[in-house]
Design a protein around this ligand. Structure first.
Ligand SMILES: C[S@@+](CC[C@H](N)C(=O)[O-])C[C@H]1O[C@@H](n2cnc3c(N)ncnc32)[C@H](O)[C@@H]1O
Length: 456
């Protein structure tokens, strides 16, 4: 499978209710149909490798290389390139955030604190490789998606300014690599990425037709985090020929297991979940074991087991879910009535705790084997293949087996940072935030290796 996607596919369509409803069907069939040899999920301790080629340095990897890292955060690019080329030298890094800059200095000994809009291009040393990951709020689904209309969106032009000045001085960096949110590709019906690609081509960089959309789980790192990666190589004569960028065989979610990054001994009180969350897990686990369905293809809403609420104005997909909840209740009435009374579901559970989603098909038999997310839409139980993207860590996934959240060390592993990465003296919240804003090092490494192998 190639990481590239077509512009049409990337722009995508709005999800219909039909699709929303069918998501459940697809999830079931996917998990049921992809059980490996009918067996349960593999419990790999070492992340699986996506491609048969050996990791480490690529055959044509240079022995020496200079690089700059723009919007450097905590240095995912630094980690990646120095893993490939141990002698690679960072000659300039820039980030406006002073906490990130402190961490950068602590780990790499480089002063990165600066505002790129204010930097004189001639103060940036010549270099072979320019890495950049401009802030993505302006393009991400989470933000208002103003794109270039917002100052943060225009920061990409600071990169163009730096590249242009190097080219004019006859010192173009040979390689470039940009990382951004997946949505960059579909933003403004594809116009945003077209502007970026046009800008890079005008400067003389050859790139793939579209960014590669890649996620750590495709390389055996159990995190689902699709991001856009745009590699480029300075080749002004051939900018019109897209760079072929085949990433080789990529893994699927089901090839992963979250326990490959879990350290079961890692425990401290701050990771513990609340008593009421444990109660919610235990109650729904008992429910799951007793009812007559093992593959629940719809969200369970206790409030609709039997209700006289008017649902006539609800959309059909929602009416259908409610109907399925009523049927479930009728078939399991005796158990459910006792269960609800025992756990005080209708008196002590919050409306959110009264909702439960089983997204595991028959891959697991007990919630203790699952990855759990407490979401506004209820408690979601998933096969422990991949963690959701680390973002602001608002809905930190919970390990059913350990009844705790992921530790900072485990989150470092989800981004392929070393266990001993030094965050210095700052709050845990800040550490998670910086890590969530960063990039999975393994993905950068794999793309960078492919780029360094390119002959022009
Ligand atoms: C998506 S994050 C990059 C994360 C980074 N690649 C890493 O590995 O941690 C974007 C970064 O751009 C920085 N930034 C925003 N405006 C900036 C500016 N004007 N000059 C320099 N850095 C800026 C933010 O502080 C943020 O850390």
């Amino acid at each position: 499978m190639n990481g590239e996607i077509s512009l049409k596919a990337a722009i995508g369509q709005k999800k219909s209710h039909y699709q929303t409803q069918n998501r459940y069907k697809n999830i079931e069939s996917r998990f049921d149909g992809t059980k490996i040899g009918g067996e349960r999920l593999p419990l790999a301790r070492t992340p699986l490798l996506a491609t048969p080629s050996p990791r480490g340095s690529a055959p044509k990897t240079p022995k020496k290389l200079t690089f700059i890292e723009l919007f450097s955060g905590i240095g995912a690019f630094y980690q990646a390139i120095t893993n490939i080329v141990p002698n690679a030298k960072c000659v300039f890094a820039a980030d406006i955030n002073k906490d990130c800059a402190k961490v950068y200095k602590l780990n790499y000994g480089i002063e990165s604190l600066c505002d790129l809009t204010k930097i004189e291009t001639n103060s940036i040393p010549d270099h072979d490789f320019c890495f950049f990951s401009p802030p993505c709020q302006a393009f991400s689904k989470g933000g208002k998606r103003l794109g270039f209309e917002e100052t943060r969106g225009t920061l990409i032009f600071e990169v163009f300014r730096i590249l242009k000045s190097k080219i004019e001085r006859g010192k173009p960096p040979k390689y470039i690599l940009m990382e951004n949110v997946r949505n960059l590709v579909s933003h403004d019906k594809g116009n945003t990425i077209r502007v970026i690609l046009k800008g890079l081509h005008e400067l003389g960089y050859r790139t793939p037709e579209l960014p590669l959309i890649l996620s750590p789980h495709q390389f055996g790192i159990p995190q689902l985090r699709e991001r856009a990666f745009l590699p480029g190589i300075y080749d002004p004569e051939n900018v019109h020929i897209p760079l072929n960028f085949d990433m080789g065989r990529l893994l699927s979610k089901n090839d992963n297991n979250i326990f490959s990054i879990i350290d079961e001994k890692d425990f401290d009180k701050t990771l513990q979940i609340r008593k009421e969350d444990i109660r919610t897990i235990d109650a729904w686990n008992e429910f799951y074991h007793a009812i007559d369905l093992k593959v629940i293809g719809f969200p369970v809403w206790a409030d609709y087991f039997h209700s006289d609420k008017d649902i006539s104005h609800f959309p059909n997909w929602k009416k259908d879910f409610i109907h399925k909840n009523e049927e479930l209740y009728k078939r399991n009435k005796d158990f459910i009535d006792n269960w609800a009374e025992k756990w005080k579901v209708f008196t002590e559970f919050t409306p959110t705790q009264r909702k439960f989603e089983w997204q595991c098909g028959t891959n697991i038999k007990d919630i203790s084997e699952a990855l759990i997310q407490f979401r506004p839409s209820g408690m979601r139980v998933k096969v422990p293949t991949v963690a959701p993207a680390l973002v602001a860590m608002v809905q930190t996934p919970v390990l059913g087996k350990l009844k705790r959240k992921l530790s900072l060390k485990e989150c470092l592993r989800l981004q392929s940072f070393p266990d001993d990465f030094n965050f210095g003296e700052q709050s845990l919240h800040e550490c998670y935030k910086q890590l969530g804003n960063s990039i999975c090092v393994t993905v950068v490494q794999e793309v960078t290796k492919k780029l360094l192998e390119k002959e022009i």
